[in-house]
Design a protein around this ligand. Structure first.
Ligand code: NAP
Length: 327
């Protein structure tokens, strides 16, 4: 049987790498679009041992002619759109660039699908950040959007773009609305990875303090390798729809620091609040209801937040030891 071809944009990111690994296991031919095919951003794919198993193609997602050419050439059955400026913090410093990339790329991909082949199934990486100023918890698929950052505004615009193409042109477009999810591959500019990486370094004597911003906010955190399973399941459904993918639990950032510090016997005096790391606006508390994803997709997710933190800490420690021994 010939393999189905899928395109993943943002294949060099955390989710792109884990999704590529999963889809290779499911026997898809995986094409990854990347803005540069240089080796510097292929660490995630190398770490998972799949760098040579995916086909990388350079593509500027702001140039629709390049997208059309690639779709005509590789004839994908599915496109997973994960490429984005994905940092909420950075979006306050680069609001226009974030908005341009995170919205126009979605318009370009959907217009290209509408032009070349309307049967292609499209997955969009939407975000819980879109809900922003939360009134009722837990968040469900029907909660009102009230974004609180340029990143969230862009993701909300992209989300409505997807709904528009689904309703107006009958394209198969589905959105996974993902809450924070973590892994060893998460860049260290993101909170949980930063806390774990820096805590391990403190425990080894490589540094002596962890600087953090507002740690009294609460978030719903999950484990990225399990969340990409949901992405795959979303495009396997007969009809397109949108799904919240979350753990359903919430924890304050302060509790995360205390949990990791206690695991590593680090004194709580060794973290400092740095006002420079506060954001202009912040979601106070957010968690979601994953009932639809579990019931409609058959997605299985049983990890609690502390089990997730244990997994992340174990992998960080193993890799620290490895890197330390090699250097
Ligand atoms: P990530 O690790 O930051 O990866 C983002 C990907 O987008 C990378 O492959 C990056 O390529 C690519 N990218 C960035 N700027 C680009 C540009 N100008 N042109 C083309 N590609 C560009 O993000 P992630 O955590 O895997 O998240 C995947 C998607 O899910 C993103 O859309 C994110 O916004 C969304 N999301 C993530 C979370 C989460 O908790 N992780 C939650 C909700 C939604 P380079 O390697 O070249 O930089």
């Amino acid at each position: 049987m010939t393999k189905k071809t899928v395109i993943i944009t943002g294949i060099t990111g955390q989710d792109g790498a884990y999704l590529a690994q999963l889809l290779l296991r499911k026997n898809f031919k995986v094409i990854g679009l990347t803005r540069s095919c240089g080796n510097d951003n292929l660490n995630g794919l190398s770490y998972l041992g799949i760098k040579e198993k995916v086909i990388l193609m350079p593509c500027d997602l702001l140039d629709i002619s390049q997208i059309i050419k690639i779709i005509q050439q590789v004839k994908p059955a599915h496109i997973y759109n994960l490429a984005a400026q994905s940092s909420v913090s950075l979006s306050f410093q680069q609001p226009i660039g974030t908005f341009q990339l995170n919205t126009l790329s979605v318009f370009n991909l959907l217009e290209a699908i509408k032009t070349v082949d309307k049967t292609i199934r499209f997955y969009q990486a939407s975000s819980s950040e879109m809900y922003g100023k939360v009134n009722d918890l837990p968040i469900t698929e029907n909660s009102i959007l009230h974004p609180l950052s340029p990143y969230a505004i862009a993701k909300a615009a992209a989300h409505f773009t997807c709904i528009h193409y689904r309703e107006s042109y009958k394209l198969y477009v589905s959105c996974g609305i993902l809450f924070n999810h973590e892994s060893y591959l998460r860049p260290n500019t993101f909170f949980v990875k930063k806390v774990i990486q820096e805590s391990v370094r403190i425990s080894k004597g490589a540094t002596n303090v962890l600087k953090v911003g507002n740690i009294d906010i609460k978030r719903d955190f999950g484990y990225a390798p399990e969340y990409v399973e949901a992405m795959y399941l979303i495009l396997e459904q007969e009809k397109p729809s949108d799904y919240l993918i979350c753990s359903g639990q919430t924890i304050s950032l302060r509790e995360i620091i205390h949990y990791i510090f206690d695991k590593l016997n680090i004194s709580h005096d060794l973290y400092q609040i740095d006002d420079q790391l506060y954001r202009p606006a912040e979601i106070e508390n957010i968690y979601g209801d994953n009932t639809k994803a579990k019931q409609a997709l058959g997605w299985v997710y049983n990890l609690d937040i502390f089990q997730t933190l244990d997994l992340l800490l174990k992998e960080e420690m193993e890799n620290y030891t490895l890197i330390y021994q090699l250097s």
